[in-house]
Ligand binder design. Structure first.
Ligand code: ZN
Length: 389
């Protein structure tokens, strides 16, 4: 993840600079600023910074952004962990996305290509591309120290500095980066002017705002994500930068937009016809109904200690939070740590075999419902499994 250097204090749209903005479209007060950073003690978790999510919509380009975002509250470091490498469903998503990008790269004299990824996390996605024969290079200040790399693969625990590279890349990959950047247009314009990227295609993966709204998933509206794209607003942004969409697919159960862009002088701006106020309030009404249903039958175990689990628990009133008996995650690096906002401890799945009443298991992401149900069955735990979205 690259650390943004800009602060969203301007009144206009951070993408197109338009001034027709609807502010306070959707507001959540006191939300954990970093929902993928867990804490070593309950006290530290309870003292973790909180921020205000106040979404605004640009009527000109369709871009949605948090107009109260303060990047001083968001610092990505080695304790930031957005890895989902322990999940087969997530690995399948990485493999599918790597296939999609590889299929779009022009082969030069038989060589599969050279790829630069900014915000590469622990480099897991680049490993899939490397297995296809590509030379890969990744940058991320949240990179774990000294990861082992095979020949043809480089990982750097820093931000990308364009002047430091002389190679020419065939593709730039930005997976789950743009939604963390307060001014994505400016960020892309500067980045894409680097000589090493002058003939690169650009592969972008971001959460799809339309999926969040259609599936009534307010826990995908996070403080870390200071902006939100629909397919149309992403294409609009890249058109303005002189790129056309070459190929597109949805991934991860439809939750993510994955678009590949190539340089082109055409500038076809798609029309946005938003009716956002009603869509956001319909999401809230549906979610309230679901929470009432989920928490009115006794204790529950929340399965998933990443963003969605952190934001769900942090937004519950105390009376409902008391029903949450435990938070479970398969990631060993998260187990024994504490959630920001609530100070709940993360437990391993097998804790459910030693409790008399596990209570209903609430799964935070539909892509994991099947694998969690299979795991519970294998452990001999009989209980209801319900997904929140
Ligand atoms: Zn705009």
């Amino acid at each position: 993840m690259t650390t943004p250097t800009c602060h969203t204090t301007h009144m206009g749209c951070p993408c197109c600079h338009g001034s027709d903005i609807i502010r306070d479209l959707w507001v959540r007060e006191r939300t954990p600023a970093l929902n993928n950073r867990l804490h070593a003690t309950r006290e530290q978790a309870l003292a973790a910074p909180l921020g205000r999510v106040a979404l605004a919509l640009c009527r000109s380009c369709g871009f949605v952004f948090n107009h109260d975002f303060d990047d001083a509250l968001v610092r990505y470091d080695k304790d930031y962990n957005s890895s989902r490498n322990d999940s087969p469903a997530y690995q399948a998503h990485l493999a599918e996305t790597a296939d999609f990008i590889a299929a779009s790269l022009p082969r030069k004299a038989g060589h599969p290509g050279r790829v630069l990824e900014i915000g590469c996390g622990d480099g897991q996605f680049l490993r899939y591309l490397h297995e296809k024969g590509m030379d890969v290079c990744g940058y991320d200040p949240a990179l774990p120290t000294h990861p082992p790399c095979p020949n043809g693969m480089e990982l750097h625990g820093t931000c990308f500095a364009p002047e430091s590279r002389e190679e020419r890349y065939d593709a730039l990959v930005l997976r789950h980066v743009l939604e963390h950047i307060p001014t994505p247009g400016l960020f892309l314009r500067e980045l894409l002017s680097a000589p090493s990227l002058e003939s690169s295609m650009v592969a972008i993966e971001v959460p799809d705002l339309q999926w969040i709204l259609d599936h009534h998933a307010p826990y995908d509206l996070t403080y870390e994500h200071c902006n939100y794209f629909r397919h149309e607003s992403l294409v609009n942004l890249m058109n303005e930068l002189g790129f056309s969409e070459y190929s597109f697919q949805r991934g991860y159960g439809g939750q993510y937009l994955i678009s590949i862009f190539k340089r082109n002088n055409s500038s076809i701006i798609r029309q946005i016809t938003p009716s956002e106020e009603t869509i956001f309030s319909a999401m809230d009404t549906a979610q309230e109904r679901l929470l009432h249903e989920l928490f009115s039958h006794g204790p529950v175990s929340i399965w998933g200690a990443s963003g969605k689990g952190v934001l769900l628990t942090a937004s519950l009133p105390d009376s409902t939070l008391g029903q949450v008996k435990r938070v479970i995650d398969v990631d060993r690096k998260k187990q024994g740590l504490f959630l920001p906002g609530t100070g709940l401890e993360v437990c391993p799945p097998d804790v459910l075999t030693s409790v008399i009443e596990p209570g209903r298991v609430v799964v935070m992401n539909p892509v994991y419902t099947d694998e969690i149900s299979r795991m519970l069955e294998a452990m001999g735990v009989k209980t209801d499994v319900t997904c929140i979205a």
